[in-house]
Ligand binder design. Structure first.
Ligand code: NAP
Length: 470
């Protein structure tokens, strides 16, 4: 199952746990150095100032403290924030006072309120901008990133964009493992230092170069299933095709040929037709996972090199295989469950019985998705928008389906008293792509062709210009 193989790096062992070297002395202590005792007395604590005691500020503070940083939180109201901050081992001060404590400052205050902070104290400091754009207004903004706007506000500071791809929730749970954290800024030394902090927090920093790249970094959490679009579109079109075909052949066409026949076959619409269409879609998507690899192999054989780019359409197709594979799994799962759940579970074969099964099965599948996306290794690979879409929108939809499932099963009790043609078969259509994929694959298995392909993939280059250059 090549296309489905995960490219996610393994989580470092003990991430977030091996910094428990400190011993808490007392929650009421005011100076940060009196809060902790280092087991390693030679290790000097680095100080980070976090401006803002909101969700993100406190989550990052907790993670920094775990990583043995001395953290000073800058707040408008230190009295109110003190108990919470000292509970996680940080000190709270007024903004001005906090800014005197360290050379690295995290701006965890909503971007629109940054101007109300004493920015004059930021001169010469490394200022980490963690802000994200508001999805509702981001399209109307110009081409300047928020980090660049902050840099314009404080020209004497070294602004670095970082950590905006993380969520407060995940930071608090400490389950982000080795997630990549893009870092960009104009000052190379500042960038390096922020990368080091990211590494200390058990993230993988990704040096994105100058601050002009911040717009790209700010777009990451806002991306909304961008890489899935091709797969979704393909899956929907394929499913719609098979569904309409089955509907026509099984219901409309047979009725036209036998006018006396009743329309009871339409009762099978919700389970049988969808179930078969899901199965057909799964097989087609599976073929679509393997076909581009075969086409790429022919192109490499023809060109005699792997060092020239694939055409755009093939490149996009190759990259979408993981998504196509997962959508294939989804369709297959739907097909299997609907087949298994069919009439034995519904207990009745009319439209209500079928809707009951369909709603239950879809609810089950969506619930499985919700469960899967709550696993750290899965949620760690999703943007915040994707995660909240799945957990929120799909969560409600699952609830609706589960409720409908119940309504269909108890229909009689709820609504008393008496609410009691000339085309190839769909199987032939479905076979086309798998057969084509196999037919193209077989010649590639011939030993001499296979060994040529392997040589090319190991670096052999038949292209004259390249050979001459070498
Ligand atoms: P938040 O919960 O609304 O908290 C922001 C904090 O900023 C407040 O608790 C307050 O702290 C301070 N603040 C609020 N209004 C202020 C004002 N007018 N002047 C000065 N300080 C003010 O926001 P957040 O979720 O922590 O987000 C903070 C930043 O992190 C944002 O730029 C956001 O885009 C970014 N971010 C958040 C997340 C996330 O998951 N939440 C993820 C990535 C990036 P005091 O009362 O202590 O002054």
């Amino acid at each position: 199952m090549g296309p489905l193989s995960s490219e996610t790096p393994a989580l470092p062992s003990g991430a977030g746990n091996d910094r428990q070297l400190q011993t808490k002395q007392g929650a009421n202590a005011t100076a940060s150095h009196s809060l902790w005792v280092d087991v390693d007395a030679h290790q000097e604590k680095k100080c980070v100032v976090v401006m803002g005691s909101g969700d993100f500020g406190m989550a990052l503070t907790g993670r920094l403290v775990q990583a043995n940083y001395q953290v000073v939180v800058g707040s408008r109201n230190p009295q109110k924030t003190r108990a919470r901050a000292s509970g996680i081992g940080a000190t709270v001060m007024q903004h001005e006072e906090a800014l005197q404590q360290g050379e690295v400052v995290v701006m965890a205050v909503p971007f629109t309120h940054l101007a109300s902070l004493p920015l004059q104290h930021l001169a010469g400091k490394i200022v980490i901008d963690v802000s994200n754009r508001n999805p509702a207004t981001s399209k109307s903004l110009g081409s300047l990133s928020q980090a660049e706007e902050l840099q314009a506000l404080v020209p004497a500071a070294k602004v670095v964009k970082a950590f905006n791809v993380l969520s407060a929730y995940a930071l608090t749970r400490g389950n982000m493992g080795s997630k990549e954290v893009p870092v960009c800024g104009d000052d190379e030394g500042a960038r390096r230092q922020v990368c080091e902090i990211a590494r200390d927090l058990r993230f993988t920093p990704l040096d994105m170069g100058r601050l002009s790249n911040a717009l790209e970094v700010e777009a990451i959490p806002l991306s909304f299933f961008t890489e899935w679009r091709g797969g979704f579109f393909t899956s929907i079109v394929v499913f719609a095709f098979y569904f309409v075909l089955l509907l026509f052949q099984w219901s409309v066409c047979s009725h036209l040929q036998h006018p006396n026949k009743d329309w009871s076959s339409l009762n099978r619409l919700a389970s049988s037709t969808v179930s078969i269409a899901c199965g057909d879609t799964a097989l087609t998507l599976l073929a679509l996972c393997y076909l581009p690899g075969v086409l790429a192999a022919y192109l490499q054989l023809w060109r005699g090199t792997k060092y020239s780019q694939f055409p755009g359409w093939l490149d996009r197709w190759l990259k979408s295989r993981k998504h196509l594979g997962l959508l294939m799994l989804l369709n297959a799962l739907l097909h299997v469950i609907m087949k298994l759940a069919g009439s034995p579970l519904s207990g009745r074969s009319d439209w209500r019985g079928n809707c009951f099964v369909a709603a239950g099965v879809f609810a089950f599948v969506l619930a499985s998705i919700l469960g899967l996306t709550s696993l750290p290794s899965v949620s760690g690979n999703m943007t915040w928008r994707e995660f909240s879409f799945v957990q929120s929108v799909l969560g409600w939809f699952t609830l609706l389906l589960a409720t409908l499932h119940l309504v269909f099963s108890g229909w009689d009790m709820l609504f008393k008293p008496d609410f009691t043609c000339y085309l190839p078969s769909h199987s032939q259509f479905v076979m086309v792509l798998p057969l084509l994929t196999f037919a193209l694959k077989l010649p590639l298995l011939v030993p001499c062709v296979d060994s040529m392909l392997q040589s090319i993939r190991q670096g052999y280059d038949r292209t004259p210009s390249r050979t001459n250059n070498n």
